[in-house]
Every structure is written in C-alpha cells, then in structure tokens.
Design a protein around this ligand. Structure first.
Ligand SMILES: Cc1ncc(COP(=O)(O)O)c(C=O)c1O
Length: 418
C-alpha cells in the first residue's frame, strides 16, 4: 500500500473510472479484496470533512470526495469560460452511469433528486379514483407525498405496510396482506430512511409481476450504499438521489424506467429535448428513451459529477463499500448494546441491514441526547421523529472509521451520565 503522501498526490491527478476503462489504476482502487485500515484512512483523506466534527449523516446528505468536486468545479469553469452548456457531457455520462446501476442507457434519465423521480412515476402512471397504492409506512416525505398528492387530485387510495419485520418473508406477507384486485402499484424504500431496513426488492418485484402491478423503488438510501443491479432486481422503476451515499454534487438524481414500460409513464414535464419530433400546432412524438423526462437547459457539470461519483464508488468496489458499512454498523451496535438504557431499532439480521443504525435511550429524551452529542461531542447525527420513533440515526460510510464508531459509543455513554 502506498504511503499517504503518494496516495493523495496520485489521487489528485487521477480520474475515477480509469480503472474501469482499463487505463492506469487510480490509487484508491484497493490492491486486495479486503482492504485494511490504512486503505480506508487514505479514502478518508479524499474528503474535505474536518476531523473536529464527526460526520454521520450521509443518509441526509453525503459529502463528495475531492475527485468528484474537482471534476465538477473544473468543468463548470471550462463551460462558463466558453459559455456553452456542454450537453454532450450528459449524453456521455448516460452509458457508464447506467452500467453502474445494471441498466441500459436508454432507461436512465438525470433528475435533481430522488423526490423528482418518485413524483415523475406517481404522476405519470395514469391512475384513477379507487386505484390502490401500497407503500412502506417508513416512506420518506419525498417518497410518500407524490402519492398523497394523487390521493388529493385523483382519489387513489394509499395503503401502508409496516416494514420493520423480523424476516424478509414476513415483509412479503405484510405486502400481500394489503393487496386487492385494485392494487396498481407497490412502492418500497429500498433501504428505509428512519432505521435503515433493507427490503427484499427482488422478491417484491416477483410478487408485483405476479399480480400485474407496477413496482417502484425509492432508492434514495441504497444507491452508493449497496451494489445495485436493476435488471437483476426486476423493478419497473427506481429513483434515487446522487447527493447521499453516492457522493455526487448536491441537486443530482437518477430515474430508471424499464425499457418495456417506458410508455406506461406519461411524461408530465416535457420540453426541448423530450421530443423525437414536433410540429406546431398538433404533432409531438417523444424521444424513444427515458431521456424524454429531461427537458430544457441542464447543468452538465452536475451530471458529470454523478458520472465521476459512480466511477469513484465503482473503483473502490460496491461489494467492499457494502461490507465496510456492515462492519461499521455492527461494531456500533455491539458497542451501544453494552450501554444500559440503549435500544437499537435497526435490524440485526444481515439480509435486512443497511449502513444505518438508529438507537434511542429510555433514560434521556432523543432530542436532548442529540443536542448534547452535537454540541459537546461534535457528532453530526440526525434525529428520527418519523412514526414517533423518537430516536437518533447514525449513517456510516466509506470515510467513517472504527475509531469514530468508538467515539460515538464513548460519547453516548458520557452523555447519559450527565
Ligand atoms: C427514502 C428517501 N426517499 C426520498 C428522499 C428525498 O431525497 P431527495 O431530497 O434527494 O429528493 C430521502 C431523503 O432522505 C429518503 O431517505
């Protein structure tokens, strides 16, 4: 393993994705399948995060590593310098980003965030009065409100299933229990935002197919946390943010619509570039790909930022990223469970776990515990008030470390003594 100085110098010059393309290998490509702590320390150096504050809120907003920020800033300056949109960068990003998600390039459109993708599906599915939608009871507002909007506007019925189940089979059963001949859509949070439950997407896709209903995944918490292969999962659509676990610039997202189902989604926002052709006053033919959901002038450097972020994560290796998240959350669980009064709300079983761990204390109110952990111990956490869970969420990603996990455990322990 190269020493830190060498690593950082090389990293500053290298472009993520070169390893994928078979060119010279950036230093953040691990030299073994199980990288050591020195390797993860080097990865940490690629983030501008100060050591004085421990950042544990990737589930809210993820920092971009330097190679992503540099690429975004350089391209912005270049395009501003010649005053061009650089839209061709968007087209060039489509194939590698699709590949990262196990999709075809005709199936991906670039959005501003996960909410936009969720809303495009909800409002585009031509649903009407009495049609039923099943979503998880832990859905984030960005996943739930687009459907509640349809309830207000078109009289669809929104039904909930509780995702916090002891097994994957029980999750499926709870969805089945909500199904009727009027069920048109099942939507899940791939990984739930409040407590990080990983839901069995592939099995739910089979169920949805069997019942002939649409299956949409809100993947805001899964892209960049887990390896994702959308063809393998078999969902009809998937929306995610770039600015969480992927570490893409703020205001980025991706929407996938399976090529077989493209025409089932009425494009609610269209304009220049959505068309294959149009003639005034009465002709419009949509472009034959998911790109029809993008219109007007776009910020190409943001999309180049997504491309670079996918390449960076791909270079580390998404299996390794997933394992690292599981390792850190398990360490944290073991540490927190030693502390009296602490209850861990996130699942213990591996197949139900993401890189998020949510806990509460029966001794101190979650809000004051979070205040102490933030102001005195400098831990940037997030409170979970959804479903009145009244707890604290910890997100652990590639730039976090076992030392930081130990600091969380110590800090919680101290805060409870106060
Ligand atoms: C599951 C889920 N869906 C949607 C969102 C909203 O994401 P965005 O702000 O990118 O639209 C979040 C944000 O935390 C989320 O966790």
């Amino acid at each position: 393993m190269a020493g830190r100085r060498t690593f950082i110098k090389t990293a500053a010059l290298a472009v993520p994705g070169l390893a994928v393309l078979g060119a010279s290998k950036p230093q953040w490509v691990p030299s073994s399948s199980l990288p050591d702590e020195e390797y993860w320390d080097e990865i940490r150096q690629l983030y501008a995060l100060p050591d004085s504050r421990t950042y544990l809120n990737t589930g809210g907003l993820g920092p971009s590593p330097t190679p992503v920020l540099d690429r975004y800033n350089t391209l912005t300056a270049e395009l501003q310098g010649i005053s061009e949109t650089g839209h061709h960068f968007i087209e060039e990003a489509r194939a590698p980003v699709s590949q990262f998600f196990g999709a075809d390039e005709t199936e991906i459109s670039f959005t501003r965030n996960a909410t936009e993708g969720n809303a495009t599906i909800a409002s585009g599915l031509r649903l009407s009065v009495g049609d039923e939608i099943i979503i998880d009871a832990h859905a984030h507002p960005g996943g739930a409100i687009p459907w509640l909007n349809l309830l207000k506007e078109r009289g669809v019925v929104v039904k909930l299933f509780e995702p916090d189940a002891p097994t994957q089979d029980e999750v499926i059963q709870r969805i089945v229990d909500q199904m009727t001949p009027r069920t048109r859509v099942i939507q899940i949070s791939h990984v739930t935002a409040p407590t990080g439950i990983l839901l069995p997407a592939r099995e739910i896709a089979l169920l949805a197919r069997e019942w002939g209903c649409w299956f949409h995944i809100d993947g805001a918490q899964s892209a960049g946390m887990l390896p994702i292969n959308l063809h393998d999962i078999g969902c009809d659509s998937y929306a995610t943010s770039g600015h969480k676990w992927l570490g893409a610039p703020h205001g980025t997202g991706i929407l996938y619509i399976s090529k077989d189902r493209l025409d089932d989604v009425f494009p609610t926002e269209v304009g220049a570039y959505s068309d294959a052709s149009y003639t005034l006053p009465d002709q419009l033919e949509y472009i034959a790909t998911s790109r029809r959901h993008e219109s007007g002038t776009r910020n190409a450097p943001l999309v180049e930022g997504i491309r670079t972020a996918c390449a960076f994560m791909g270079d580390i290796g998404m299996e390794r990223v997933r394992e690292r998240g599981l390792e850190l959350t398990e360490l944290l669980r073991l540490g927190l469970e030693e502390i009296e009064s602490i209850e861990v709300l996130s699942p213990v079983r591996r197949e139900l776990r993401g890189s998020i761990l949510t806990f509460k204390s029966s001794r101190i109110d979650y809000a004051s515990l979070n205040r102490t952990l933030g102001s005195i111990h400098k831990l940037r956490l997030r409170v979970v008030t959804e479903r009145e869970l009244n707890a604290i969420r910890v997100s652990l990603h590639v730039f976090n470390s076992p030392a930081e996990v130990a600091r969380i455990v110590e800090s919680v322990s101290e805060a409870l003594k106060m």
